[in-house]
Design a protein around this ligand. Sequence first.
Ligand SMILES: C[S@@+](CC[C@H](N)C(=O)[O-])C[C@H]1O[C@@H](n2cnc3c(N)ncnc32)[C@H](O)[C@@H]1O
Length: 282
Amino acid sequence: MGRIYSPKQCREYTDANRQAWNQVAPIHEKINQSRLLNAFSDPEYNTLDDHCLDRLKEIGIEGKSIAQLCCNNGRELLSLKNLGAGHCVGFDASAAFIEQAIELAEASQHTDVEFVSTDIYEIPPVNTGPYDIVMSTVGVFSWMPDLRRFFEVFGRLTKPGGHVFIEEIHPVLMMYEEGEGEEPSYLKYSYFKDDPWVETTGLDYYQGTEYESSTHYSFQHTLADIAMAAIEEGFALKHFSEFGYNISELCSDLEHAEARPPMGMTMVWQKNRRGRKLSTHG
Ligand SMILES: C[S@@+](CC[C@H](N)C(=O)[O-])C[C@H]1O[C@@H](n2cnc3c(N)ncnc32)[C@H](O)[C@@H]1O
């Protein structure tokens, strides 16, 4: 199990990370927003990859209430609205990205969708649902200092018998560092790294814009950390896939390396129908 941080420390990490995400928001807005505003005028527009859509369709999207944790600019949640989802709520710590999401929601003309700017660890009671599906997609776990508390949020927001859908960077990929220029990515970090990455590199994963970011903090979580956090919240694993192809921009050259590490994964967890946490201690 990774290092344990107090709620106060988690809040300090989120505050720092929020600042870094708010800094990159205008850069992403410039790159994406006008294209997305145009795209969401089409009621069938969808940005979700097949490896997500296949799983979500298996769970069933039509009419379902869906919450997305760390929804960024909301394009994935709005895509699910276009596919027939019911009431949808997206949460993100960055007010600047939430503003972009609200603008996209207006362009899509969906009314039954809300975007809330909040630290995921402090979602207001009025927004806790519960929901049929609670999801997070690629690039979220590493921003969470405390994965157990993050899964408590999944637990609180999911209806008994409801589902959690996760798409994530595989924890093994987090062991690699990007090579300089044409150099290949290489193994650098322990799988069990238990101190944060403390960085000031820019967060523009679309075009790699170089700028000095405010300091941000990210965290490694092993597969066992993830599985135990979900199990302790009373979730049962319904589906697990690992991908050898690039689902994020991290070390994408490894897709073609001779020794291919796992790069991405999807998981579907179902909450205990009686809504109770399971005891893992006998
Ligand atoms: C990699 S991004 C987005 C993930 C999503 N898959 C996407 O592509 O739109 C991670 C997001 O997590 C948000 N975030 C990080 N820490 C958070 C926290 N503690 N509470 C809420 N949002 C957080 C950031 O503001 C950012 O928008």
